[in-house]
Design a binder for this molecule. Structure first.
Ligand SMILES: CC(C)(COP(=O)(O)OP(=O)(O)OC[C@H]1O[C@@H](n2cnc3c(N)ncnc32)[C@H](O)[C@@H]1OP(=O)(O)O)[C@@H](O)C(=O)NCCC(=O)NCCS
Length: 178
């Protein structure tokens, strides 16, 4: 069932730190804990730091970092994190690049239009903000997300290391014009 019509997307605010930490941790765990390449200790090391409420609260104070929260009713069911003026070597030169740092639905909502609603808001924001290049990193084994991004016109332009605890993993770097 596609629940997209019920999804609203709003900007994250400082008081959302606890919620974002909770859904960030849950969605990351559900997406990656079962994969044999991911050691539980590395998952824990990464999640304890990345999804600590203080980490998210600090992020929310950064003026270059934007959180978008997808809700059904009053329940947060997914989120995106954008970073302005962020780029790296393999990303085509643009005047105003924007990075999609995270895009997650809670597990029970995957495939139900949350990603689509968040992507629409990401692009709306990027257009209004005058960004020209959109880019992201996606794990080399995250085939579902790679297919999702391909549907949105993202193409591989390089690779970088994503540090999961003690494990240096390989992310594909994907980009497209805004
Ligand atoms: C990646 C993710 C955010 C996508 O969101 P989603 O809610 O599952 O996707 P949607 O249901 O909104 O799908 C949007 C469109 O993409 C298509 N799509 C979704 N997943 C797809 C896939 N694996 N292959 C092909 N098409 C796909 C849908 O069919 C839909 O197409 P439509 O607009 O023509 O109906 C979600 O799957 C997720 O949270 N996954 C786990 C975490 C993760 O991997 N995040 C990315 C880290 S880089």
């Amino acid at each position: 069932m596609n629940q997209q019509e019920n999804v609203t997307v709003r900007f994250g605010a400082p008081e959302d730190a606890e919620t974002l930490a909770r859904i960030g941790r849950a969605s990351f765990y559900d997406a990656f804990a079962d994969h044999p390449a991911n050691h539980p200790d590395d998952m824990k090391l990464y999640m304890d730091e990345a999804f600590a409420p203080e980490t998210i609260a600090n992020d929310l104070r950064e003026k270059d970092t934007i959180y978008l929260i997808a809700e059904i009713g009053n329940e947060a069911v997914g989120y995106a994190k954008l970073k302005l003026d962020s780029s790296e070597e393999s990303v085509p030169r643009g005047e105003k690049p924007i990075e999609l740092c995270r895009l997650y639905s809670l597990n029970e909502y995957v495939g139900k239009g949350i990603g689509k609603a968040l992507m629409a808001k990401c692009f709306e924001y990027a257009k209004e903000n005058g960004n020209d290049v959109f880019w992201l990193g996606v794990w080399e084994y995250n085939y579902r997300a790679q297919k999702f991004y391909a549907k949105y016109g993202f193409e591989k332009c390089g690779e970088h290391v994503f540090q999961l605890g003690t494990d240096p993993q390989t992310d594909w770097v994907l980009q497209r014009k805004v």
